[in-house]
Design a protein around this ligand. Structure first.
Ligand code: 5GP
Length: 124
């Protein structure tokens, strides 16, 4: 996969502890923290600790352990925010943007989890 990772991106700096963040959950391979400009009452960014630029990069090159850990963290965030319909919550939206057409601002793979209000047909 011909991705080049820019280790000066803002989430790389957060992972190195150079920039503070509002952590919701941290595991061996994954960090979940609050978006600095929330678009919903709950707006959590879930990122792998590894150097992956976008979803397809992560899916192609991350280890099974990283991929499982990431998605288990997503499940935990949905539970923690009370958004999971499976837990009686009112639902959420998971979004990832990639590249120019996806209008990706930060070139470190991240999944937005948005919840806490009706989200309408499109948000990001
Ligand atoms: P993208 O457009 O890349 O999918 O979304 C990047 C997200 O990162 C945006 O929602 C933006 O508000 C968030 N963001 C940008 N800089 C920071 C930061 O320094 N800290 C946090 N917590 N979120 C950030």
């Amino acid at each position: 996969m011909a991705y080049t990772y820019d280790d000066q991106n803002i989430f790389a700096k957060i992972l190195r502890g150079e920039i503070p963040n509002d952590t919701v959950l941290e595991t061996e391979h994954t960090l979940a923290f609050r978006d600095i400009a929330p678009k919903a009452p709950e707006h959590v960014l879930v990122i792998p600790k590894g150097a992956y630029v976008a979803l397809d990069h992560f899916c192609a090159e991350a280890s099974d352990a990283e991929i499982v850990d990431f998605h288990r963290t997503v499940a935990e965030i949905c539970k923690m925010t009370g958004a999971s319909p499976g837990e009686g919550g009112e639902g959420y939206r998971g979004i990832t943007n990639a590249g120019e057409n996806g209008v990706q601002e930060v070139p470190h793979y991240h999944l937005h989890i948005l919840a806490g209000r009706p989200l309408g047909p499109m948000l990001l």
